[in-house]
Design a protein around this ligand. Structure first.
Ligand code: GLU
Length: 445
C-alpha cells in the first residue's frame, strides 16, 4: 500500500517552493490509490506556532490537497526518546561536549589546512572519566549519529542512481544540548511507524537522505523509496524573486486573487517534460503524472505564466462552478453575462468591473453627438434581446454608411465608457433599453 507524507515545519507559511512538494506527494498518492499523510514537523517548539500550522492546513485545503491522516511530531517525543535509546545501546548515538565556538574553531583550522570541515569524532575518544569531568564543569552533551563511512546508494525516482559518501559527512547531530530533537531522527522514526513507502521532497535533502537511510537501517527498518525534486528558481534562472515567487499561498489567494487550480496546474507541470496547461481539477493533473518526467535541473517559476494559466482557467470556467463566488462578490449577472465577460478576465475579481458596467452608473464617452442621436433613433423598438445588437448595427450601417470600427467603436464607448470589453450583443440586453438610451444622451446612468 503506497503511503507518502508532506512534512512542513510550522515555522513559516507555505509558498510556491514548498507547496510543490505537497503537490507531488498528493498526486503520487492519488495516482497510486494510496494514502497521503500530513505531518506537522514541530519539534522546534521555539519557532513553531499554531498560527502557521493552521495556515498550512487552510492553504492545502484551499488548493484541494486533502490529507487522509495527520499528526504532529510534538505528540511523539516518547517515541523519539525510545529510538534514541536504541541507537545509544548500539553505540550509534554518542555524546559530544564541544561548544559551538569550539566546533567553529575546528572547522576553520581544517579549512585553513585544506581539509574538508568534517567533524573529527574527538568525542568518541572520551573516557567515562572525561565525560564525568566535563559534566561536572556544567557541560551538557549534544548527540551525534555515527555514520558508517561507507557510501550509501539508492535509485532515486527523480535523480536516478545516487551515491552519498558518508565518509565525507560530519556525523549528524540528532539531539541538541537542551535535549531537543533536530529534524533528522524524528522524521525517520515517524516514517517507520507510519509505514511510509515513498519520500518525495526537495533535493536540498539529498545529503540528509544518505544519513537517514543509515538511521532507518540502524532502527531495524528499511528505507522507503526516495524522490528528490529539483528546486524552483525564478524566471531568469536566479533565486525566486520577492514579487510572487516567494509569496505565500495565502497572498496568492487573498491579495492576487488567483485560482487554486492555476497554482496547482503550473507547479505540477513546470520542470517536467509535459507542457504547462490550465487544468480544471486535480483529476486532470493525474492523467500524465509521473515523477520520472521531472527534470533534474531547477524548474523556472514565472509569475507571468501563473497569470496566464489563471486567465485560461477562468476563460473556460462554467457558470455553475463560479456562481457562488461571483454572487458573493455582488457580480452575478447570470449565465449569459458570465459567458460574455469571462474571456476578459485575468482574475475572478475583474468580473466586478464588468458587472458595474452593466449596473451603472457609467459615464459615457460621446465624441460625435450626431452619431449618438442617430444611434438612439435606430435602436430597435421594445425590450432589447440577443439579436438587438445585430439589428441595430445593420440599421445604423444603412442609415449612416459607416462600417467596421467606425460603426462599432463609438457605440461601445458611448454605452460602456470603455474601448474594450465583453461582447456588446450580450451586454446590450443586460444593460437594458432605458440605460442605453440615457447613456446615448450623455447621461451618467
Ligand atoms: N520538515 C522537513 C522540511 O520541511 C521535512 C523534510 C522531509 O520531507 O523529510 O524540510
Amino acid at each position: 500500500m503506497t503511503k507518502v507524507r508532506f512534512a512542513p515545519s510550522p515555522t513559516g507559511k507555505l509558498h510556491v517552493g514548498n507547496v510543490r512538494t505537497a503537490i507531488f506527494n498528493y498526486l503520487f498518492a492519488r495516482k497510486a490509490g494510496g494514502t497521503f499523510l500530513l505531518r506537522i514537523d514541530d519539534t522546534d517548539t521555539g519557532r513553531s506556532t499554531k498560527a502557521y500550522e493552521d495556515g498550512i492546513r487552510e492553504d492545502l485545503t484551499w488548493l484541494g490537497i486533502v490529507w487522509d491522516e495527520t499528526f504532529r511530531q510534538s505528540e511523539r517525543f516518547d517515541r523519539y526518546g525510545e529510538a534514541a535509546e536504541a541507537l545509544k545501546a548500539k553505540g550509534l548515538l554518542y555524546p559530544c561536549y564541544e561548544t559551538g565556538e569550539e566546533l567553529e574553531r575546528k572547522r576553520r583550522l581544517q579549512m585553513a589546512n585544506g581539509r574538508p570541515p568534517v567533524y573529527d569524532r574527538a568525542a568518541l575518544a572520551l573516557s567515562g572519566e572525561d565525560k564525568a569531568r566535563l559534566e561536572a564543569e556544567g557541560r551538557k552533551p549534544h548527540w551525534r549519529f555515527k555514520l558508517s563511512g561507507d557510501p550509501v546508494e539508492w535509485d532515486d525516482m527523480v535523480r536516478g542512481h545516487v551515491s552519498i559518501e558518508t565518509s565525507s559527512l560530519s556525523d549528524p547531530i540528532l539531539i541538541r544540548e537542551d535535549g531537543s530533537y533536530l529534524y533528522t531522527l524524528p522524521s525517520v522514526v515517524d516514517d517507520i511507524d507510519a509505514a511510509i513507502t515513498h519520500i518525495i521532497r526537495g533535493e536540498d535533502h539529498t545529503t540528509n537522505s544518505g544519513a537517514q537511510i543509515e538511521i532507518f537501517e540502524a532502527l531495524g527498518g528499511s528505507a522507503p523509496v526516495f524522490g528528490h525534486q529539483a528546486l524552483l528558481v525564478g524566471a531568469d534562472g536566479g533565486k525566486l524573486s520577492k514579487r510572487m515567487g516567494s509569496l505565500g499561498i495565502q497572498e496568492l489567494r487573498d491579495e492576487e486573487g488567483l485560482e487554486p487550480m492555476a497554482i496547482m496546474s503550473l507547479l505540477a507541470k513546470i520542470g517536467t517534460s509535459d507542457p504547462v496547461d490550465a487544468f480544471a481539477d486535480v483529476d486532470g493533473l493525474l492523467d500524465g503524472f509521473d515523477l520520472g518526467k521531472l527534470s533534474r535541473s531547477p524548474a523556472r517559476f514565472d509569475p507571468e505564466e501563473l497569470k496566464r494559466v489563471n486567465a485560461k482557467l477562468l476563460h473556460a470556467m462554467p457558470y455553475a462552478q463560479v456562481q457562488p463566488r461571483v454572487a458573493a462578490m455582488g457580480a452575478d449577472g447570470g449565465e449569459a453575462f458570465w459567458n460574455a465577460v469571462r474571456p476578459n478576465l485575468e482574475r475572478l475579481s475583474d468580473v466586478k468591473a464588468w458587472a458595474a458596467l452593466v449596473e451603472g452608473p457609467v459615464t459615457p464617452v460621446i465624441e460625435e453627438p450626431d452619431y449618438a442621436a442617430a444611434a438612439a433613433e435606430h435602436l430597435p423598438a421594445g425590450a432589447l434581446t440577443e439579436t438587438s445588437w445585430s439589428e441595430w448595427t445593420e440599421a445604423l450601417k444603412a442609415a449612416t454608411g459607416r462600417k467596421g470600427k467606425q460603426l462599432f467603436m463609438p457605440l461601445r464607448l458611448m454605452i460602456t465608457g470603455e474601448a474594450r470589453g465583453p461582447e456588446m450583443a450580450v451586454l446590450l440586453p443586460l444593460i437594458g433599453r432605458e440605460k442605453v438610451l440615457k447613456r446615448l444622451k450623455g447621461e451618467t446612468a
